[in-house]
Write a protein that binds this ligand. Sequence first.
Ligand code: SAH
Length: 374
Amino acid sequence: MPPQTPDAKITTMKQGAELTGLSQAELVSFVETMGEPAYRGRQIFAALQHRRLRSFDEMTDLPKDFRARLSEVARASSLTVESRYLSEDGTRRYLMKTHDGFPVETVFIPEERRDTICFSSQSGCPLQCTFCLTAQLGLLRSLTAGEIVEQIVIALNDAYGAGVKPPRGTNLVGMGAGEPFLNFDSLLQALRVMADAQGLHIVPNRVTISTAGVVPRILELAKASDRPHLAISLAAPTDELRNELMPINKKWPLEQLLSACKEFEKTLKPNERVTFEYVMLAGVNDEDEHARQLANLLNRHGLKAKVNLIPHNPAEPLPYQPSLDQTVDRFKNILESKGIHVYVRRPRGRDIFAACGQLAARQGTPININSIGA
Ligand code: SAH
């Protein structure tokens, strides 16, 4: 099926408008086109985003005949959960399907003081990073704003029940399948909807979006007033190596990418930094020389960067192995000796294909999904 460009606003499809992707104001306009008063729009918004309901039937505060008319022209839910996988470390992966049959994956990662939800921006991915399993799917289609928001609703409902306020903070990372900056409008629309204090209330400051390096969008995001944090998937310190691992580098090479990051940096808050993710592939990009090149590259651009070293998550048929722990430590020490802030990311959910780079709609042994009511 050819890629489609989704309309970020009221997407009218065969089964009607997708309400989960609409802001409160847009829902008000929507109900007004149906001849209803504005407060009905606010009621629907509260039902979808605050109570996290996923069907009109459950919205019993709306008159029955209005619910019936709504279900003729709109959808309260666009995703269905196909399977849920639970890792021994508590991470959960959801394999869902869009109403038109495309796979969507979301990962829920409980941590001590907060939960992190890793959402997908596209079904599949058009980029061809050689170390990432999602690349093997190709781009199936970009997700709508509603499909992005609903991933978070589903993960929260499964963890805590519909309408229950999460006991811990929720952080979002746009690091699932797809390239978020190739679905920019829907992404920003979803973030706007989720930020509403009367809904999910997940503000941009709690959100990190990762890009393989779509330079024009980095510059555009820098201009946005209320924007998420930025992460860049780097994977290599030279154009020669990065062209091989991440073909997008041929379009936007390192010089352009890091100059855009420098522009972005001008808009950072005092303690905020751009994160650079560096997947560590044994014998490919993990030598001392690479660490020195990486430090020099970041320092030459005067970036106050933070580097996240991610041990490669191996999976058939990817041709790489993760770097040894001692190699990761050495690499980290070299970067630190040159003044770079470094973190080593602990893989989560590897056993259920939920870790970075493993989202490719894999089946497994699902656990009971009754509690999701999907
Ligand atoms: N397209 C965006 C969003 C995906 S984020 C981007 O490229 O940033 C996925 C993150 O997982 C990236 O930082 C990538 O470097 C990392 N990654 C991909 N495949 C991986 C693998 N097999 N092991 C570890 N990390 C991987």
